[in-house]
Each structure stands twice: as structure tokens, then as C-alpha cells.
Design a protein around this ligand. Structure first.
Ligand SMILES: Nc1nc2c(c(=O)[nH]1)N[C@H]1C(S)=C(S)[C@@H](COP(=O)(O)O)O[C@H]1N2
Ligand SMILES: [Mo]
Length: 343
């Protein structure tokens, strides 16, 4: 390990990603074996709906208003080919919903599922602001109403060097954005997560290092790319709180931290927004955060990843792909940019 300046040591100690330990990894891996054994049907499509993935039988779907449940009765299944599908093994439902990063509910991987029981997603509203001709505060029903739901199977690559394959339910971010008619000045989109001290114990914690609200952003052309997705569900069910209910962003070619959860604000801007991880540690986390095995990260090697769930006998270490394997769809967006500088 490198000898670091005192301020470096301090900043790395406060960075929650660093709490990840080998021991935890081992325990998690062992737990996953048991989880998979009791939930054997996670990936099997069921007759009648033809979705590629359904939650295991017996899973209690998280609470949702009737109108939202109604939307889930017809979902367009994922196609059979990339980029909205991959035939890589799905990460089991239990891992997708119990191994999470959602610091508003705590910094450990099990905290979001354990601590989000009081979280309320109804009523919910989303404020649309900035460089748009139709700003306003919209109810979740108004936000979602015109959008037909579809299933997409995407890889999710966390900067901590683990990855999953998740069957999301949602719709293209571009379709949402176009409805509010961004002006010609809208060059970036900024997103914010809800701040609810009463139901989010991570926000009350004196160990919290994030300045709330959690914020993320995309360049407008990234946001309009057909891969950029608003998820309202996974495995055919609406989103559990820990995965970012009632709506979250999914940007599969970027590190997971860009995929902001439980969105309450979408702001259109002329200038690049400040984002949570860049504010915290700009040398480690960039605004673009494109998955890039060639850009070194001080904490995790980025040329490999652990595909969850690992088992004792199969560590599932695989090479990380540029743009997380979505280069054909997005590399063009960064033509002429030095990606080692704009990491
Ligand atoms: N509001 C908010 N959004 C967030 C986070 C967070 O802590 N708070 N964590 C991010 C990180 S680091 C990752 S890897 C993904 C994890 O999404 P998942 O738990 O649904 O797999 O959510 C991202 N979105
Ligand atoms: Mo992450």
C-alpha cells in the first residue's frame, strides 16, 4: 500500500466504499449459497406474461398504489438480444434486494433492506425545474401515466468492483424528458433523491459523510441515449424501497453510483451539476464515471469485477468491459474526449 499524506488517509477513511472488507465478502458469499438454494425459480419466465424474469413465488411485493399495480399488469418483455438483454445469468432476486448501496439507509450492504421498512413512497411527487417549458411539481401518477412499461436486462457495475445482472422494469428516460420540453439551453440533467430524516436512518447518522440530498447528473445527450432508463420495478414487481422506489435512474454503461434512487427532483441546466461522489472525493470519482477498465482507481482495480453472487468455489471474477459492454451504443458520445481525464 502507498504511504499517503495525512489528508489522504483521512479522506479514504471517511469514504464509505472503503468499509467493504474481505471478511464481509466471504460472509456474503456464504449467505448467498443458502439464499439461492431456497429460491430456485428466480429466473424462470412464467406462462401468460412471457417476462424473462419474475420474482420468486412467495415474494411479497412492496406496497404500491392501485394505479401503479395496474401498470404492472402489462409489461413488454425484454427482447432476445443486446443491448436490452443479456444471456448472462441473472443475479438472484435475494441478492439484488439485499446487497445494496443506499446510504440514506446506512452504509452497510444489508442496511437498506433492513432499515427501509418505514419509508413511504405514496404520496410521491417529482419537481421538474430549470431549462424546460413545462416546469412544475407533478404527482408520481402524472409522471408515469403516459409510459408503457418494458423489461430490460442490464449489467450493473459498481465502482467497488462487484457487478450484477438485473431485470429492470421501466421506460426510457428520453421519453420522460421530451414531455417537459427542455429548452435549447438545457445541456445537463440533474437529479436529486428524497431527504426524509424520519424514515431514513442513514441521514440521521452522525457517521453520514454524504451531503444530502444525494445528487447525480448526466449530459443531455447521455440522458437521451436509448439505454438511459427510469426503473420503477425489477423482476416483474415494483421496486422495493432499498432499490430506489418509487422511481430511480439506471445508466448501465456508468458506475452504479450514477444510477440515483428515489428521485424527487429533475432539473435541467446549462452547466454541469455538482454530484455527490465528485463533491466527496473528486480524485476518485468523476462526473462521467463511465465504466473503464483502463482508468485506475486508488481503491479498487477496475479491470476486473466480481459477478455476484460469488460462491466459495466460484469467485466469478471476470474482466470488466469498456462502457460495461455497451460501447457500441455509447462510445460515440465521447468521441474526441480524453477519457483518462474525464473519468
Ligand atoms: N440516493 C442514492 N442513490 C444511489 C446510492 C445511494 O447511496 N443513494 N448508491 C448508488 C450506488 S454506489 C450503487 S452501486 C447503486 C446500487 O443500486 P442497487 O442497490 O439497486 O443495486 O445505487 C446508486 N444509487
Ligand atoms: Mo456503487
Amino acid at each position: 500500500m502507498l504511504i499517503k499524506k495525512p489528508d489522504d488517509i483521512k479522506s479514504s477513511e471517511i469514504t464509505p466504499h472503503s468499509i467493504y472488507t474481505k471478511r464481509r465478502e466471504f460472509l456474503q458469499g456464504a449467505g448467498l449459497i443458502a439464499g439461492a438454494a431456497v429460491l430456485p425459480n428466480f429466473a424462470s419466465a412464467q406462462s401468460g406474461d412471457a417476462l424473462k424474469a419474475r420474482a420468486p413465488a412467495g415474494i411479497q411485493s412492496s406496497p404500491a398504489p392501485a394505479w401503479l399495480k395496474g401498470k404492472f399488469s402489462s409489461i413488454r418483455p425484454a427482447p432476445d438480444s443486446a443491448p436490452y438483454f443479456t444471456d448472462e445469468a441473472l443475479t438472484p432476486y435475494s441478492d439484488v434486494t439485499k446487497y445494496n448501496n443506499f446510504y440514506e439507509f446506512g452504509m452497510e450492504k444489508g442496511d437498506p433492506s433492513a432499515n427501509s421498512g418505514q419509508f413511504k413512497t405514496d404520496p410521491w411527487s417529482v419537481e421538474i425545474s430549470g431549462e424546460v417549458s413545462k416546469p412544475g411539481v407533478y404527482t408520481l401518477e402524472d409522471i408515469l401515466k403516459p409510459h408503457d412499461l418494458e423489461e430490460r436486462i442490464y449489467r450493473l457495475r459498481c465502482v467497488e468492483a462487484w457487478s450484477m445482472v438485473i431485470p429492470w422494469i421501466g421506460f426510457p428516460l428520453a421519453d420522460l424528458i421530451k414531455r417537459f420540453e427542455p429548452t435549447s439551453k438545457a445541456k445537463y440533467v440533474e437529479f436529486e433523491t428524497i431527504v426524509d430524516d424520519a424514515t431514513m436512518p442513514g441521514i440521521r447518522s452522525r457517521f453520514a459523510i454524504v451531503r444530502w440530498p444525494y445528487r447525480e447528473g448526466l449530459r443531455m445527450d447521455e440522458a437521451l441515449n436509448p439505454l438511459s432508463f427510469i426503473a420503477v420495478g425489477l423482476y416483474g414487481e415494483h421496486l422495493p424501497a432499498q432499490n430506489g422506489a418509487p422511481m430511480r435512474l439506471v445508466v448501465p454503461w456508468k458506475y452504479g453510483f450514477k444510477s440515483i434512487k428515489s428521485i424527487v427532483k429533475i432539473n435541467f441546466r446549462e452547466t454541469q451539476p455538482n454530484t455527490t461522489w465528485v463533491d466527496l472525493q473528486a480524485r476518485e470519482y468523476g462526473f462521467y464515471a463511465n465504466v473503464n477498465p483502463a482508468v485506475h482507481h486508488p481503491r479498487w482495480r477496475q479491470d476486473m469485477e466480481r459477478r455476484l453472487p460469488q460462491t466459495l468455489f466460484d469467485r466469478k471474477v471476470i474482466p470488466t468491459q469498456p462502457f460495461n459492454g455497451y460501447g457500441e451504443q455509447v462510445a460515440e458520445l465521447y468521441k474526441g474526449m480524453d477519457l483518462s481525464r474525464y473519468y
